[in-house]
Design a protein around this ligand. Structure first.
Ligand code: 9D3
Length: 252
């Protein structure tokens, strides 16, 4: 997977992506990053890339020409037009299913906006997907681009070690994970739950399942709407006071 990022802050993208798992995958040749400074495509003697909005109003708008030239340069040797993701608060909210879809591409282009926005004409010309990471206001699109690239990268075959990739392939029934414990057996007066030390695997599995259910009910009750639940699970949830009539297809 090759990521191209059109940005005014290429160093932020390189720093963020070059560390940890994605950095290692770049060294292994599984991932590649081309962080492109839009300012380098400005024809202005002061390297301006923005101007006042037609019609008036606050702030500045990124001009179409530098972005168009940077895009032309990136795509000049490509066989087909790549998907171009404009990261914007006005986009669809990024989901795991979108990460899975984007991970099937060979190359992706991210466009990061700054100022009040980007001239609509270049967006109409090159953008294929408008994507946000959620309903909060950030200072720019660089962190959202990094978030999406991280989520996409771990789905590229070979990027994760075998242990972690086997884990995400296993089916979790759309529930949150149970709590985890390691040594010591007592920390600040709190003991590891006895069941985990018992060696009784059936009891351990049931305890973990119940912890997952309890945690999901407390923290993400919305997930229970689409969770895959057994009749035993339903009984346990009802003992916690959950009242919801499930859709029969989701009952295991
Ligand atoms: C000043 C007008 N703003 C309306 C709230 C527009 C605005 C544009 C661009 C506000 C913030 C930004 C910078 N953010 C992004 O480019 C961005 C973003 C975000 O802020 N939150 C969640 N996802 C994304 S994707 C890109």
């Amino acid at each position: 997977m090759k990521f191209h990022v059109l940005t005014l802050f290429p160093e932020m993208i390189r720093q963020g992506f070059g560390t940890s798992v994605t950095g290692r995958a770049m060294k292994n040749g599984l991932l590649a990053l081309n962080a492109v400074d839009i300012r380098e495509y400005s024809k202005d003697k002061h390297k301006h890339v923005d101007d006042y909005p037609y019609g008036g109003g606050a702030g500045m708008v990124m001009q179409p020409e530098p972005i168009g030239l940077a895009y032309a340069d990136i795509t000049k040797d490509m066989q087909k037009k790549p998907r171009v993701i404009y990261v914007t608060p006005q986009g669809s909210v990024f989901r795991q299913s979108m990460a899975e879809e984007f991970a099937r591409e060979d190359e992706l282009i991210f466009l990061c906006g700054h100022y009040e926005g980007v001239d609509e004409r270049i967006l109409e010309e090159i953008v294929t997907d408008y994507v946000s990471i959620g309903d909060y206001v950030l200072t720019g699109g660089e962190l959202p681009a990094l978030v999406m690239m991280d989520a996409i990268s771990r789905l590229v075959p070979g990027v994760l070690n075998n242990e972690d990739s086997a884990e995400f392939e296993s089916f979790h029934d759309n529930l949150l994970e149970h709590p985890h414990y390691t040594r010591p057996v007592e920390y600040h007066g709190k003991r590891v739950p006895d069941v985990l030390l018992s060696g009784h695997h059936e009891n351990i599995d049931r305890w973990r399942r119940e912890q997952s259910l309890k945690r999901t009910l407390e923290r993400r009750p919305d997930l229970l709407e689409t969770a895959v639940l057994t009749s035993k699970d339903l009984e346990y949830l009802q003992s916690l006071g959950w009242n919801h009539s499930p859709v029969s297809e989701n009952v295991k």
